[in-house]
Design a protein around this ligand. Structure first.
Ligand code: AP5
Length: 243
């Protein structure tokens, strides 16, 4: 994992990749925990890029498998469409395969994983087996009104997966991705009737992980309201303090 960029190295317009390739031993996992729409994916992309480590989003992995029509994708699709969590066994199998790839040796940013206590406990064992220290966990805190606006306003590029928001982060041309010109679509699980079950799954199955990690001294809260750039700076500040 690269040294964290100094304050001010990442600006609003673009974050230069700086620093040499990773040279140290096993890095640490960074985990972003927070409710749907809290901004985990948006921040994970930026932070992973700045740290020079992979961004692993189990939601993105499942959406890819769904679009490819694989057996696992076919199993996950109806579950995701109703806003429930995919069973632990399926998630763990997929994630463990990904973590053992060579690009993860210097650390990685986990976005949307773990989401249940069994997932967190298994992750602890996997990290331990790979000689990695405990993860650095950042808990995204955002009020419910803002979450709902972020979810209902989210649009995603069908081609490249870039994320926009019609209220806060609109594309230059309505309905089209700034990078690829691809079509922007709403995620099927961002429909209002699915958002309720997703928030409820978070509250009952994922929220307990906040105490799990806080009790081990591995977690800090971040105020995830404010601009994307402001939140990135807060997250980087927290990670620096946890080194
Ligand atoms: P997943 O894709 O992980 O969805 P999620 O956790 O519900 O999170 P979201 O992607 O909705 O929100 P986010 O916090 O990443 O916000 P974002 O950055 O996009 O999972 C989908 C499904 O897959 C699950 O429901 C489950 O079925 C399954 N699944 C995945 N992992 C699983 C697991 N481990 N176990 C079991 N099942 C699993 O931002 C949202 C919007 O806000 C965007 O429009 C963005 O532009 C905007 N925004 C972000 N930050 C800001 C800001 N600071 N200011 C203004 N706007 C902002």
């Amino acid at each position: 994992m690269r040294d964290l960029p100094k304050k001010g190295e990442c600006g609003a317009g673009g974050m230069g990749d700086s620093g040499a390739p990773p040279t140290r031993g096993p890095g640490r996992a960074v985990i972003f925990i927070g409710p749907p729409g809290a901004g985990k994916g948006t921040q994970a992309k930026q932070v992973a890029r700045l740290l020079g480590i992979p961004h692993l989003s189990t939601g993105d992995m499942f959406r890819e498998l769904v679009s490819q029509g694989t057996p696992l994708g076919k199993q996950a699709k109806p579950i995701m469409d109703r806003g429930d969590l995919v069973p632990d066994g399926l998630v763990l199998q997929m994630l463990e395969q990904r973590i053992t790839r060579s690009d993860c040796v210097s650390g990685f940013v986990l976005d949307g994983f773990p989401r249940t206590l069994p997932q967190a406990e298994r992750l602890t064992d996997v990290l331990h087996a790979r000689g990695m220290n405990g993860p650095r966990v950042v808990h995204f805190v955002v009020d419910r009104t803002r979450l709902l606006q972020r979810l209902t306003g989210r649009r995603m590029c069908k081609t490249g997966g870039e994320i926009y928001n019609i209220y806060d982060r609109p594309p230059k041309v309505a309905g089209r991705c700034d990078n690829h010109g691809g079509e922007l679509i709403a995620r099927p699980d961002d429909q209002e009737e699915i958002i309720g079950p997703r928030l409820s799954a978070y509250e009952h199955q994922t929220q307990p992980l906040v105490s799990f990690y806080r009790g081990q001294g591995l977690l800090q809260d971040v105020d995830a309201s404010g601009t994307v750039e402001a939140v990135t700076q807060r997250v980087l500040g927290i990670l620096r303090g946890m080194q």
